[in-house]
Every structure is written in structure tokens, then in C-alpha cells.
Design a protein around this ligand. Structure first.
Ligand SMILES: *[C@@H]1O[C@H](CO)[C@@H](O)[C@H](O)[C@H]1NC(C)=O
Ligand SMILES: *[C@@H]1O[C@H](CO)[C@@H](O)[C@H](O)[C@H]1NC(C)=O
Ligand SMILES: *[C@@H]1O[C@H](CO)[C@@H](O)[C@H](O)[C@H]1NC(C)=O
Ligand SMILES: [Zn+2]
Length: 472
């Protein structure tokens, strides 16, 4: 995920809400609270294979990850990536996972020079295949702030540290190592599946994931579901929830980046006009900050998340979460008070660049600012642009769109959805029955390029994250 961020709740503040006078409704509410469907194991489909590793296999897995972290596959921009490291990574996985590369049921293809596509042939060709994604590149690692050198893969207190351990080499190595070990045990899947490893996720996925999509599309492939990196098992991250809970990203926010430009006649500071380009632009930018886009709580999957996790909150939050029909106005207002939870209830506005002027006695002709909006799943690029134009409401401010994309469609997460339920079951079996709920990814992943191949895209990384891990 590009600078992955997980959602952090604002539950502490909920306690104050008790004062809102719930009185006689309590009985009805409690009834609803305790009759909400439990989200413990409900899927009755195929069982999840029990995973038992020998200690020797665990060592292999660890060494494979350390070796991967040591290859500095840094992406700086679409134009600047470490291609030497990406090529080295290709050689590395061939060496470390020999069965994957020699199995008669697996076809391996290099896509766009550095990305990898594996097709694992299932026994039953009538079953629709699924796909697992991960990416090889990492964001740059400035030397400051590291306890160990970022590309050392050093182990401390039972943890491996380094750039890419979380994002996303654990997933790359996890998937390949799992396949390698299953092949060793004579594994032959019934359902075919693909593994896609992109090489430029951190800088767009235009060369990696998108080329993989083109190749699959040219073959007429449709996918049952796609699994990519994303949310995780959150342990003590959502305030008010004690047990670890797993969130599966069922959508991603969209994004628009705008340049706002004001051009006014230049002049000398001794005879200033009433309004300068800087003044006009500042006022516009300030209007944007003072008039945030509307709170959309209840429109996206964030409401389902609270509803499904209701039983994990202590009283009275459990009652409130289970009764969003009544409490969502209050809950949505509490959520918007913390930047991290505000980000899940609305399209956010961030002024990121502001440029004007070069000399202390010259009034500049041009002032320009860049603003980035992350779009809530309940809105579109067009709707956000309309609102922004209305808010700025000044023709002297020229608005140009640098780039934009709509939020991703919300993937199904009902009880009959094969992909979601298989994931839920797998998570239960690996993470001691942690409750599973749908969530919103605030960052973006390679999986967004797959929308035309499936309606079921899930974003989940199998890590247990505590709040102190989020800043990592
Ligand atoms: C690119 O990766 C190679 C290893 O494959 C490494 O030796 C080199 O220092 C890296 N280049 C940069 C600019 O980090
Ligand atoms: C947008 O504005 C920023 C900040 O002033 C500037 O650096 C960038 O070149 C502008 N981009 C375009 C396409 O105008
Ligand atoms: C999906 O298909 C539509 C219609 O053909 C196309 O406009 C869009 O760019 C495609 N999206 C992706 C991510 O490939
Ligand atoms: Zn990532």
C-alpha cells in the first residue's frame, strides 16, 4: 500500500455520549444488540487446511524474508526505480523457491521485465480461478529514524526489521513459501489460481499490475476474487475494542489532486492593489479548509464495520454500535474529531503545496497551490469537483485537475460470498478466531487495476498490528 495507513478509532470519546439520554429505548436496543448475527464461523464451505510447519521450515521462511528485505527494490517515482534490484529479486525468488519454478502445474511469466505472473493449474477447469497479489517494490528509506539499517533484515527480540517487512515483502515471500511447502507435500489444487507480483505498486502500478491485467484480459480471464495487501488484524488499535479484530478492506478511497492558480497583474509593493494573487488564493484555500466535504458515515462499509464489531465493544458502546439506525448521527460526529477516523467518514482535503513570490518588494503575478482530496466510497470525482468549485466560488481561481480516480466499488461481504467467507475462515483458523469485519482502505493498492476482472476485491495483510506499529 502506498504509505499504508490503518484506521485508528476514536472510541474513547464515545463514553461521553452516554449523556445523550437514551432512557426508555434501552430495552429495545439491548434486544437488537444481542440478536445481531454473530460473525463467528458461519461459512459451511470447504474446510481450511491446517498448517503445521516444522522448525526447519520456519527457519527457511525466515531466511527467505531476510534475503528479500536485503534487496533494495526502491521506487522513487514512475521514472526512478532500482531496476538492478528488481532484476536481482527475480533471480532471488527463482533460487529460493525451486519447486514453484519447476512444478508441472505452474506456469511462470515475467511481465513488463520485472513483474511476475504465476498460473497454478487446478484439477477442475470448470471452477473460476482466484488471484493473490503482492508487490516487490518498497518506498525509499531515508537513513534517519531506523533502529537497524533499513536493508539489513536484522532480527531483534524475535522480529525482523527493515524496509518492506510489512509492505509488502512478507506477503510476497509468504505466498511463494506457502506454495513451495505445499508442493513439497504433494499439493494439487482443485481450483486454478494466479499469483501476481507487481514491481511498481508504490508509484502507481502502471507498468506492473496494469500490464498483468492486460495480459489476463487478452486471455478472457475472469476472477472469482482478488486478494491483495491492505488492512490487518488490529490489536488494541480501535479504541474500545479489547480483542484483536481482523479488518478486510472491501473498498479503497479515490483521489483527486488539483492545482489552484491565480494570475493577477504584477506590481511594486509601494503601490499594492486591494487584492493580490496571494491574497485571493489564500482566501480560496482557507474556504476549502473551513468547509470540509460532508460526513458520509453510513454510506460506505464503515457503518457495517461498527455494526459487525458491536459485540466487541463494552457497554454502552456495544448498544450504540448495534443501533446505528439511531446513533449514527452522534457516532459520525465523534468519528470526525480524530484525523484518522475522520478519514474514513468523509472525503478529506489536504493542502500540500503553496507557492508564490520571490522578492520582498515585488507583488508576484502568480500564486499556485496543490490540494489533494481522498474520496469517500460514497462520492465520485465529479461530485467532489462540483462541491469544490462551489466552495471556492471565485472565477479568478483557475482549477486544473492533475490526476483523479473514483473510489473503488464496494466488494460483497455477505454470507454467501466465496472469497470473503474463505478469507474469514482462514483468518479465524490462523488468528485464534479473531472477529472479522469489512473496512475501508485509506491508501491504494495494485488491486484497483483489477476492477474489470472481478467484483470481489479484498485487501488484507496477515499481520497483527498494535497501535505502536502503525507508525512503522
Ligand atoms: C540498487 O540495487 C543494487 C542491488 O541490486 C544496489 O547495489 C544499489 O546500491 C542500489 N542502488 C541504489 C541507488 O540504491
Ligand atoms: C501544480 O502546482 C505545483 C505547485 O505550485 C507545481 O509545482 C506544479 O508544476 C503544477 N503542475 C501543473 C501541471 O501545473
Ligand atoms: C475498465 O473498463 C472500462 C470500460 O472498458 C475502462 O474505461 C476502464 O479504464 C477499465 N478500468 C481498468 C482499471 O482497467
Ligand atoms: Zn504496499
Amino acid at each position: 500500500m502506498s504509505r499504508a495507513r490503518c484506521w485508528r478509532g476514536a472510541g474513547g470519546a464515545f463514553l461521553g455520549l452516554l449523556l445523550c439520554g437514551v432512557g426508555i429505548l434501552v430495552a429495545a436496543l439491548l434486544l437488537r444488540t444481542f440478536t445481531l448475527p454473530s460473525n463467528r464461523v458461519i461459512w459451511q464451505g470447504p474446510a481450511v487446511a491446517e498448517v503445521v510447519f516444522t522448525s526447519e521450515e520456519r527457519q527457511l521462511l525466515k531466511r527467505a524474508l531476510v534475503g528479500a528485505v536485503r534487496i533494495p527494490t526502491v521506487s522513487v517515482s514512475e521514472e526512478e526505480q532500482n531496476y538492478t534490484a528488481l532484476a536481482e529479486f527475480g533471480e532471488y525468488i527463482r533460487k529460493v523457491f525451486p519447486r514453484v519454478f519447476s512444478s508441472s502445474i505452474i506456469k511462470h511469466e515475467v511481465v513488463a521485465e520485472f513483474s511476475h505472473l504465476f498460473t497454478v493449474q487446478g484439477a477442475d477447469q470448470s471452477l473460476k480461478p482466484y488471484m493473490i497479489l503482492a508487490h516487490l517494490d518498497v518506498v525509499p528509506a531515508p537513513p534517519e529514524g531506523w533502529d537497524v539499517p533499513p536493508f539489513s533484515g536484522e532480527e531483534r527480540d524475535g522480529y525482523i526489521y527493515g524496509r518492506g517487512t510489512l509492505d509488502d515483502k512478507s506477503c510476497v515471500i509468504g505466498v511463494l513459501q506457502a506454495l513451495e511447502l505445499m508442493l513439497k507435500r504433494g499439493y494439487k489444487p482443485k481450483r486454478s489460481f494466479y499469483i501476481g507480483l507487481g514491481h511498481d505498486e508504490e508509484v502507481s502500478g502502471h507498468n506492473g499490475a496494469m500490464k498483468i491485467v492486460e495480459r489476463l484480459q487478452s486471455r478472457g480471464v475472469k476472477l472469482l476474487f482478488v486478494l491483495d495487501e491492505g488492512l490487518a488484524v488490529l490489536d488494541g488499535v480501535i479504541q474500545g475494542v479489547k480483542r484483536p479484530v481482523a479488518l478486510i478492506g472491501t473498498t479503497e478511497k479515490g483521489s483527486i489532486t488539483l492545482n489552484l492558480t491565480v494570475n493577477q497583474p504584477p506590481g511594486h509593493s509601494s503601490m499594492p492593489p486591494e487584492e493580490t494573487s496571494i491574497g485571493i488564493l489564500s482566501a480560496a484555500v482557507s474556504r476549502l479548509e473551513r468547509n470540509p466535504l460532508p460526513n458520509m458515515f453510513g454510506v460506505g462499509p464503515e457503518a457495517s464495520m461498527f455494526e459487525q464489531l458491536a459485540g466487541e465493544f463494552a457497554f454502552p458502546l456495544n448498544v450504540m454500535m448495534a443501533n446505528l439506525w439511531l446513533f449514527s448521527p452522534i457516532i459520525s460526529r465523534v468519528l470526525e474529531r480524530t484525523p484518522s477516523s475522520n478519514a474514513i467518514v468523509r472525503t478529506t482535503t489536504a493542502i500540500t503545496i503553496f507557492n508564490a513570490g520571490v522578492k520582498s518588494n515585488v507583488i508576484p503575478r502568480m500564486a499556485r497551490a496543490t490540494v489533494n482530496f481522498r474520496i469517500h466510497p460514497g462520492q465520485t470525482v465529479t461530485e467532489v469537483l462540483d462541491i469544490v468549485r462551489n466552495t471556492i466560488s471565485d472565477e479568478r481561481v483557475e482549477i486544473s485537475v492533475l490526476n483523479s480516480f473514483d473510489p473503488l466499488p464496494i466488494s460483497p461481504f455477505d454470507e454467501s460470498n466465496f472469497g470473503y467467507q474463505t478469507l474469514q475462515r482462514t483468518i479465524h483458523s490462523v488468528f485464534s478466531a479473531a472477529p472479522v469485519a469489512p473496512g475501508v482502505c485509506i491508501g491504494n493498492t495494485d488491486s484497483r487495476h483489477f476492477v474489470n476482472l472481478t467484483d470481489s476485491i479484498y485487501r488484507f495483510s496477515p499481520f497483527k498490528m498494535k497501535s505502536e506499529d502503525l507508525s512503522r
